[in-house]
Design a binder for this molecule. Structure first.
Ligand code: GDP
Ligand code: MG
Length: 735
């Protein structure tokens, strides 16, 4: 541990301004190290340390060039309150090589210090000098050139060699495009002679022009002037050690040039501005350095275009994150079945926020790249939002369809069949027009009104769900809804027809069952012939009502859209009519069966059998009650009557169709196969499915087991009557 402490103290001597050895504790960054590697922490420093990342173009870059140990770092630290490494007095050892960067206190100025460039003094190769000069020229608006007064006029000095390099690399960078000039800000140090700064400056200027003219320029730039590329300013500083106070006064003056935009000497003029926004700055430096270090041709416009693409992509991705989040949360709501009332305006806002967020950053980059990316972003965003639109419309279609169904159903329930029929028979020509003049609901009026409401609803939802600039088409959705409604209409219509036919039967049940009961009670030998004839008669009496009803339900034309393959709607609707009629015959037959079943329940049949027996046994053929005498053959009479009564059981046990063959009228109707079933299977899609009658099961009224049971009970009762009769004879004899 003691070792550690001594190590850290010795190190902190090398870094006079730093209070600790931890390189992360101060804001300075070694951008390029001795190995000429670029420090990728740069972007983090731009964001977190220097807080310039979101500054757009509102930041400036200054670099310093000059011979080794001419007090460059000292000047920068004095000027910008930075912490660059300064050679300790007395120890003529080199400070850490590389390129350093820091933000000047309370300004948006990034300061670049180049260390160890002066290879020629140490006899090293001048590679790093050239590379760092190139790098500085590429990114700095202002380059401070630091030189001692006693070097002024020494044309062959190290400074001039450096400046020659600067001019050369500058031609490389800006020869082809004059996108920016550079300010060379000369600071003449240790100005102790009485010679004025102006005179010193003019001497340096002459040297500069000489260097420029002697520069071997490419032919195309042969006539270019030094001042086409550079502006040049001169200032001087007193000797820092001998005239410290004056030195700092001079520094104060220079500070004004760098920080007071309204002063005439302000250095960061627009014509020096490099066209790289702060958020792309570190990436730009990285790619520029990469070119420099690999000795590739450095073409700044190309670098900037590449940067534009890179950054515009990055910015696009970054604005898509919050966008996707809000789309996801809206989608979750829609998935739960909601129809969101302000979807359109919400989406509109989202589009604007997203595009604006993108533009705010990306518009600083190349216009073409930016415009292209913005369009791409818009397409992406609109594409995603369209999914919301489609899902919302899907919900709306579901809602519209289910409301259509429930509203129609409840209205159809209200249709009063009898008043409908009576009003229909008054004005049969007005049937298909929906409501009859008497204001009675009709099927077609209900479904047409509700269809309109459903389509109106969808239109409304589309209106508040659409984004103006996209103006999505929704014809397909409307068609979709229409198809759904068609399907529902067919179902509603089928169910309504069935329900109405049922109602019609129910309304006539009492009347019909009276007729049937009479026949069953009298139990004639042609019982079933009479019952079936009564059934046919009932059908005929109701057929007019049925036809009216069918007509009031509209033609199948209502539903034709759902069946576009149908080539012959005429035969289709005829087939359907036949189907409906057959359905009615079945319903009425069901009713007949039900009436028979009820009329022949256990009690009723017992009663009927007993009645039959009594009729035969206790009454004379003229219908006079019989007084038994001892001469009467009670036994044989009992047997005959009993046989007659019991024989009723098999007669009642099933609806017997065998009589149909013998009856011409029945033969022509019931004998027809199509009477209960349509002749051919119907190709139309209709929910009027016919119940199949299996005659063996369905026509049976009393099972054989039941018959035996009833027979037993009947005989018991009959026997009681027989015994009563016997007893009455005995008692009369004994009187
Ligand atoms: P750099 O290598 O150009 O960055 O030079 P430094 O800033 O590290 O300074 C090198 C040496 O010059 C140090 O010993 C400083 O104390 C000294 N120095 C700094 N400023 C001045 C100055 O204005 N005049 C003189 N004569 N020496 C200075
Ligand atoms: Mg230095």
């Amino acid at each position: 541990p003691t070792n550690d402490i001594s190590l850290s103290t010795s190190k902190s001597k090398d870094l006079p301004h730093a209070t600790t050895t931890d390189p992360d504790s101060y804001n300075m960054l070694q951008l390029i190290n001795e190995e000429k590697e670029f420090n990728l922490k740069m972007s983090e420093y731009m964001k977190d340390r220097w807080k310039l990342y979101s500054n757009g173009f509102d930041f400036d870059v200054v670099a310093i060039l000059g011979s080794q140990s001419t007090g460059k770092s000292t000047l920068l630290n004095a000027l910008f309150k930075t912490d660059f490494d300064v050679l300790r007095q007395g120890k003529r050892q080199q400070t850490t090589k590389g390129i350093w960067m820091d933000r000047a206190e309370n300004t948006n100025i990034l300061v670049m210090d180049v260390e160890g460039t002066d290879g020629r003094e140490r006899g090293e190769d001048q590679d790093f000098e050239r590379k760092s000069a190139l790098f500085s020229m590429a990114i700095a608006e202002v380059v401070i050139v630091n030189m001692w007064e006693n070097m002024v006029g020494l044309y062959n000095g190290a400074n001039m060699g450096l400046l020659k390099t600067v001019f050369e690399v500058n031609l490389l960078l800006f020869g082809r495009n004059r996108e920016a000039k550079t300010l060379l800000y000369f600071v003449i140090r240790d100005h102790v002679s009485p010679t004025s700064t102006e005179i010193l400056g003019s001497v340096v200027s002459k040297d500069l022009e000489r260097i420029w003219s002697e520069l071997s320029k490419p032919e195309e730039f042969a006539n270019e002037k030094l001042f086409d590329y550079f502006d040049i300013r001169f200032t001087s500083l007193s000797h820092k050690l001998l005239q410290e106070e004056k030195f700092y006064e001079g520094v104060q003056e220079i500070w004004k040039d760098f920080t007071m935009p309204r002063s005439s000497g302000y250095v960061f003029r627009p014509e020096y501005k490099r066209k790289v926004p702060a958020d792309g700055f570190s990436r730009y430096l990285e790619t520029v350095w990469e070119k420099i270090v690999t000795n590739k041709e450095l073409d700044l416009p190309t670098q900037q275009e590449l940067l534009s693409q890179y950054r515009c992509d990055e910015i696009l991705q970054s604005v898509l994150i919050p966008f996707t989040q809000s789309v996801d949360s809206i989608m979750a709501k829609i998935r739960s079945g909601d129809v969101i009332n302000d979807l359109g305006s919400t989406m509109e806002k989202t589009v604007n926020i997203t595009i604006e967020a993108f533009s705010e950053q990306a518009s600083r980059y190349h216009k073409n790249v930016y415009t292209k990316k913005r369009n791409q972003l818009y397409e992406t965003v609109i594409g995603e939002l369209r999914k919301l639109f489609v899902s919302q419309i899907r919900n709306a279609i579901e809602k519209a369809a289910s409301q259509y169904e429930s509203k129609s159903l409840s209205l159809l329930d209200e249709i009063d069949i009898d008043s409908n029929i009576s009003s229909l028979s008054d004005e049969p020509s007005g049937l298909k027009k929906g409501k009859t003049s008497s204001g009675i609901l009709s099927f077609s009026s209900i479904v047409e009104d509700n269809r309109k409401a459903a389509l109106d609803y969808l239109e409304t939802v589309v209106k508040f769900s659409n984004v103006d600039s996209a103006n999505w088409d929704y014809q397909e959705e409307i068609e979709n809804l229409n198809k759904k409604l068609d399907k529902l209409t067919i179902e509603l219509r089928g169910n309504s027809i069935q329900r109405m036919l049922q109602q019609l039967c129910d309304n006539r049940q009492e009347e019909f069952s009276g007729v049937i009961s009479d026949i069953l009670n009298s139990a004639p030998t042609n019982l079933w012939e009479q019952v079936l004839c009564a059934y046919i008669a009932q059908l005929q009496s109701m057929s007019y009502d049925v036809e009216l009803l069918i007509e009031s339900m509209g033609t199948r034309g209502l539903c034709n859209e759902s069946n576009p393959d149908n080539s012959d709607p005429q035969s289709d609707s005829k087939a359907e009519l036949n189907l409906i009629r057959a359905r009615f015959r079945q319903l009425l037959f069901d009713l007949l069966f039900k009436i028979c079943k009820e009329d022949l329940n256990d009690q009723m049949i017992l009663y009927k059998l007993r009645n039959k027996f009594e009729e035969k046994f206790r009454y004379t053929p003229d219908g006079v009650p019989k007084i038994w005498s001892s001469s009467d053959d009670i036994d044989s009479r009992y047997n005959i009557s009993k046989k007659d009564a019991i024989n009723l059981l098999p007669l009642y046990s099933k609806i017997d169709f065998s009589c149909v063959q013998n009856n011409v009228e029945l033969q022509s109707t019931l004998g027809n196969k199509a009477f209960f079933y349509p002749e051919e299977p119907i190709a139309i899609s209709t929910p009027l499915n016919l119940k199949k009658y299996s005659r063996v099961n369905q026509l049976e009224l009393i099972s054989s087991i039941k018959q035996r049971e009833i027979q037993k009970r009947a005989i018991k009762e009959i026997d009681m009557l027989f015994l009563d009769a016997k007893r009455s004879v005995v008692s009369r004899q004994s009187q």
